[in-house]
Design a protein around this ligand. Structure first.
Ligand code: 8YV
Length: 328
């Protein structure tokens, strides 16, 4: 990294306060129009930059990274998930990769909890009944959903966000179950009264609600495969605020259509921003446009993390949020 201010290329418009601070600290090129970069523009950026600040909308794949110029030493992702970046190729090329963990945990867990409540209780359908002027007075069988309290919640991926979901869900009277590469610390299990399932198959077959909270990596691609989705109870609900690629979306859509699963709350999609037309037609789904972490506070915190990572790196130290191969 040169002694002069590093050339930082930011691919999307960030909060004003973050952009101002970045311009004070670095030789920063901003994207004022906020138009997502094409692959050719990304290649141009990595050829010029000392630091690239991409987001989920940038596919920083091996084709981009191998074209990087000699100055590119850091990819400081504005986001926690790094499945938009070919991290292995970057690390092999001596490029450090950082992300923004921790600061979007609570917001994403809130949105997950909102979906856990909203889907079984038919919140969006209820709103629509009012909007369409279908509400002509209460009746005993009007808009019946299913009770959330006392049900079994199976969390797939018990990292920061999974645990934050578990804390909320426990307060709502749900029984906490989880599948993870390994059990969490016994103190956390105790606090959450959580049951660990080594076998995802066995857990899925017994849950009333399943929440996907693991990152998308080669190991979790279609973790909820057609075979596994079919293990779920027809009365079960599924919620995903992590990554669309973790679920075989086509199979899920077909199962929802056929009533083989009761409902889904999805904030993420397999081919984002495209939404599977079958999901759009399904009645028992609540679909959101990837807004799990979309709070003003969260975006500022993410930007501050990006700044700290770049500044630490530029000052010759190891940035705090390095992505290491064991995380992939
Ligand atoms: C971010 C996310 O908004 O951080 C993540 O992993 O999924 C999102 O909530 C997005 O990634 C920004 O790049």
């Amino acid at each position: 990294m040169p002694a002069k201010k590093p050339l930082v290329i930011v691919t999307r418009k960030l909060p004003d306060a973050i952009e101002t601070r970045m311009r004070e600290l670095f030789d920063t090129r901003l994207n004022v129009d906020d138009r997502a970069m094409t692959q050719a523009e990304l290649i141009d950026a990595v050829q010029k930059a000392d630091v690239l600040v991409p987001t989920i909308t940038d596919k920083v794949d091996s084709k981009v990274i191998v074209r990087a110029g000699p100055n590119l030493k850091l990819i400081a992702n504005f986001g926690t998930g790094v499945d938009n970046i070919d991290v292995k190729t970057a690390l092999d090329k001596g490029i450090t990769v950082t992300n923004t963990p921790g600061v979007l945990t609570e917001d994403t867990a809130d949105m997950t909890m909102a979906l856990i409540l909203a889907v079984p209780r038919r919140l969006v359908e209820g709103v629509k009944e009012i909007e369409d002027d279908h509400f002509k007075g209460w009746s005993p069988n009007w808009m019946l959903g299913h009770r959330v309290y006392g049900k079994r919640l199976g969390i797939v991926g018990m990292g920061r966000i999974g645990q934050a979901v578990a804390r909320r869900a426990k307060a709502f009277g749900l029984q906490i179950h989880y599948h993870n590469r390994k059990p969490v610390h016994p103190d956390i299990e105790h606090e959450l009264e959580a049951t660990y399932w080594e076998s995802l198959d066995q857990m899925l077959a017994r849950m009333d609600i399943v929440s996907v909270n693991c990152p998308h990596t080669p190991a979790t691609y279609h973790l909820l495969s057609a075979r596994r989705l079919k293990l779920m109870k027809p009365s079960a609900y599924i919620v995903n605020t992590a990554r669309g690629e973790v679920i075989d979306e086509n199979t899920l859509a077909r199962m929802l259509e056929a009533g083989q699963i009761s409902g889904a709350g999805l904030d993420v999609f397999e081919h984002e921003p495209a939404v599977n037309p079958k999901l759009l037609k399904a009645k028992n789904v609540l679909l959101l446009p990837h807004m799990g972490s979309a709070t003003i506070e969260g975006r500022i915190d993410m930007g501050e993390k990006v700044i700290i990572n770049i500044k630490t790196f530029a000052d010759g130290h190891k940035p705090p949020d390095r992505v290491i191969p064991a995380m992939l």
